[in-house]
Ligand binder design. Sequence first.
Ligand code: IPE
Ligand code: IPE
Ligand code: MG
Length: 249
Amino acid sequence: MNSDTTKQGNDDLDPARLPAHVAIIMDGNGRWAKKRLLNRVKGHEQGSETVRTIVRISREIGIQYLTLYAFSTENWERPKSEVSALMMLLNRFLKNELQEMQDNGIRLFAIGQLDRLPQPVSTTLKETIALTKNNTGMQLTLSLSYGSRTEILDMVRDIAREACQGKISAELITEDLISSHLYTRNMPDPDILIRTSGEMRISNFLLWQIAYSEIFITKTLWPDFSKEEYLHILKEYQSRDRRFGKITT
Ligand code: IPE
Ligand code: IPE
Ligand code: MG
């Protein structure tokens, strides 16, 4: 792990006020490539370098959960060639990063309709999750073929099934019960949601879970997103007053 980063700014973060969970909508790869008259796939390639950087620095700082929006249910509607390039890149990323995950105690997890992923990716994903499952340093969650509405729909169906079987009654359906039926059941809600590329929307990401997340939207395109900007966001997060609807005295 690159220890230089400590000298480049994360030492002025307050370790007691670090977010436990950072979620990122990694957007802007296509525009990054277009600006350079390159194929969109080049943007995705460069974007995967940014993923490496941000995973690394997150682990170094001591973030416990990092959740990245890598591919949405809606992204299946893109041209076949782009979808297969993204899947190939994902497979390559998982294979290349396994050693680094093991060396740094990173546990991989994935959320989404994982059964829709092509077989090679799905195999590598399952293997990587199994091989890293005992790591305790940081959980890296990839949202793949992920859509929040589908996740909510799955949750409602599960709870309805349990209710039909007489296992639960309507009164027992609580916010905690709902959370425990989502794909994110073993994680705290995100403290921070970052979106790159400037779009002011959520694009079907973690709708239930971000109820009280601090939102940061930057115009920077994902391939240009740097550890310095990330640290800057974390610093700003620490200065925000999270009131959760109450008043501060
Ligand atoms: C984000 O970049 C990556 C994925 C959605 C897979 P985009 O591919 O959406 O890039 P833009 O938004 O077209 O620039
Ligand atoms: C959101 O980006 C999904 C991911 C980052 C994987 P999109 O580019 O797909 O979202 P829209 O189309 O701008 O809403
Ligand atoms: Mg986009």
